[in-house]
Design a protein around this ligand. Structure first.
Ligand code: 13P
Ligand code: ZN
Ligand code: NA
Length: 283
């Protein structure tokens, strides 16, 4: 069965490694990251955005993830990424998600606390992990768009107060990374991560994983970032592999002919990220 991400992430923070969390949009993308985890003995967090939940249906996604988990020798959790509304969270928990993110980072602090607390209450009964965000991660993720000048770093004292008052299991503090591919390098505030990690003993979550140079990923993980979210890079390699098939053969009409190379590309990219965060062999 699918497992809650809480124990996986607590083990990761305690062990000084990170777990790759991959946003998947199709059955083939899901299978590709599962293959990557299996082949490398890595614990895995499958994720879907709210947009993909609407596109595929939470029950279809949960069913596919459950089949993967039941067959697998590595632990697999299913997480809902960046959800801003309570109703969708309840719907996904009912469908079988074992982890959810309530993203109320656009609300004032007190409102973020209140909404996150409500989610923690419904999740607790189901044994579901809750992730919340403080500060504002820049860039574009699904329907959430945060311009560079609107991005906001998380305040360490507020992080400590927030986890104390809400009872969340995992915290995503904005520390300078952004969704999408960076122009140049991300400007990560490592000292801020250190100060947050000193005050918050929980697994921390690194958003905006695509495009962060390896050495910076490793530094983040060593400071307490126990989960790294990857969306954009696997979408790009998946789509590029399909485009390459059609560039060579515009008449191709057998989905397997373009899905097989697309799957292979996602699997390879996922293994590379698993290697970066150090979760290979930790299953
Ligand atoms: P990237 O788009 O940079 O991979 O970020 C992923 C993410 O944080 C999903 O929540
Ligand atoms: Zn994110
Ligand atoms: Na990114």
């Amino acid at each position: 069965p699918l497992v809650s991400s809480t124990s996986l992430l607590e083990a990761a923070r305690a062990g000084g490694y990170g777990i790759g969390a991959f946003n998947v949009h199709t059955l083939e993308m899901l299978q590709a990251v599962v293959d990557a985890a299996e082949e490398t003995g890595s614990p895995l967090i499958l994720q879907s955005t709210v947009g993909t939940v609407k596109h595929l249906g939470p029950d279809y996604i949960a069913a596919a993830a459950t089949v993967a988990a039941n067959r697998s020798r590595v632990p697999i959790a299913l997480h809902l990424d960046h959800c801003t509304d309570f109703a969708t969270i309840v719907q996904c928990i009912r469908a079988g998600y074992t982890s959810v993110m309530i993203d109320a980072s656009m609300l004032p602090f007190e409102d973020n606390v209140r909404l996150t607390k409500q989610v923690v209450e419904v999740a607790r009964a189901a044994g579901v992990n809750v992730e919340a965000e403080l500060g504002k991660v820049g860039g574009v993720e699904d329907d959430i768009v945060v311009a560079e000048h609107e991005a906001l770093m998380a305040d360490p004292q507020e992080c400590a107060e927030f986890v104390e008052r809400t009872g969340v299991h995992t915290l995503a503090p904005a520390i300078g990374t952004a969704h999408g591919i960076y122009k140049g390098e991300p400007k990560i505030d490592f000292d801020r991560i250190r100060r947050i990690a000193d005050l918050v003993p929980l697994p921390l979550v690194l958003h905006g994983g695509s495009g962060i140079p390896e050495e910076q990923v490793k530094r983040c993980v060593s400071l307490g970032m126990a989960k790294m979210n990857i969306a954009t890079e696997i979408r790009i390699v998946f789509s590029d592999a399909i485009k390459a098939v059609f560039a060579d053969n515009p008449q191709e009409n057998d989905p397997r002919k373009y899905m097989i190379p697309a799957k292979k590309a996602v699997k390879e990219a996922a293994i590379e990220k698993m290697r970066m965060v150090g979760c290979i062999g930790k299953a």
